[in-house]
Design a protein around this ligand. Structure first.
Ligand SMILES: C[S@@+](CC[C@H](N)C(=O)[O-])C[C@H]1O[C@@H](n2cnc3c(N)ncnc32)[C@H](O)[C@@H]1O
Length: 269
């Protein structure tokens, strides 16, 4: 009930959405600094169970979250390219992409200074860096990246239109924008229109909600146990909502179709 009310407030007041989410991510990064929490997305499970991604043993624990990155970023061969991840959070996705998909460099940017500081402490990977910055005012030169990647972050932004203008600005001509996130059903048309008006070409667009539900089902136990073990009891309900556990408003929204998780690929011209 509280989660639904908060989301309604966020829908009505974009500035409130942006600042309240920022406080939440700042608090989470300062309140839990251990290296064992590196992803903050709902994950992806492929339709075909035999299409399993081969991971190193230490990455298995984050399989579903990694699979989301692998699926979204797998749209284009990344070898040798310069990639920017906007909303890189605790850095697990940027780190995975740099280690497994061999781009020349990966820069993660996030408006939570605390999350960026965690990443700077945790990762020592050549060609992987993290900087603080706002998706709606990116601290990079024009045409400086081949790829912009954005995973489950844009629902927090004050203005999607401003963000898309920044993506277009920092991408080289011909560069790709890989984008995955969820929206309420009634916001889908607006989002598609914003993407079409962005000055980039919409190449592919799909609903991956069933794959996200499948991932949340597979990962339910781990997420539930982490919350029980890692945070004070008074925060359990709130964090279960954030984690997309089975009894939550967001999980039920995915199931009923009221909340839809989509994956897009766009190309700059
Ligand atoms: C749900 S988390 C996802 C993090 C990461 N992409 C992942 O999948 O693990 C959303 C992230 O977007 C970041 N974010 C939200 N609004 C932002 C903004 N305006 N500029 C930059 N980062 C932002 C948050 O700080 C948070 O780290």
């Amino acid at each position: 009930m509280l989660a639904k009310y908060y989301t309604k407030m966020c829908d009505l007041f974009p500035k409130f959405r942006k600042s309240s989410r920022k406080q939440m991510y700042q608090l989470m990064a300062s309140g839990y600094q251990k290296r064992d929490w590196t992803f903050m997305n709902y994950g992806y499970a492929p339709d075909n169970a035999t299409a399993d991604l081969v991971l190193q043993a230490e990455d298995e624990i984050n399989r579903t979250c990694i699979q989301l990155y692998h699926y979204v970023a797998g749209a284009v061969e990344l070898r040798g390219l310069k990639l920017l991840e906007v909303g890189s959070g605790r850095g697990g996705g940027a780190d995975y992409i740099k280690r497994y998909l061999n781009p020349a460099s990966v820069v993660g940017v996030d408006y939570s200074d605390n999350a960026v500081n965690l990443c700077l402490e945790h990762y020592r990977v050549e060609g992987l860096s993290f900087v603080p910055g706002d998706a709606e005012n990116l601290p990079f030169d024009d045409q400086s990246f081949d790829i912009v990647l954005n995973v489950e972050s844009s629902h927090c932004y004050g203005s999607m239109v401003d963000f898309l203008a920044q993506v277009k600005r920092v991408l080289k001509p011909g560069g790709y924008f890989m984008f995955a996130d969820f929206r309420n059903l009634e916001q889908l048309d607006e989002l598609e229109e914003q993407l079409k008006q962005s000055g980039m070409v919409l190449l592919t667009h799909e609903n991956i909600t069933p794959n996200v539900i499948k991932a949340l089902d597979a990962d339910h136990g781990r997420r539930f146990a982490n919350i029980q073990r890692g945070v004070p009891k008074m925060l359990h309900k709130l964090l279960r909502e954030f984690a997309g556990n089975k009894d939550t408003w967001i999980y039920k929204g995915f199931q009923t179709g009221e909340i839809v998780y989509q994956n897009f690929l766009l190309q700059n011209i």
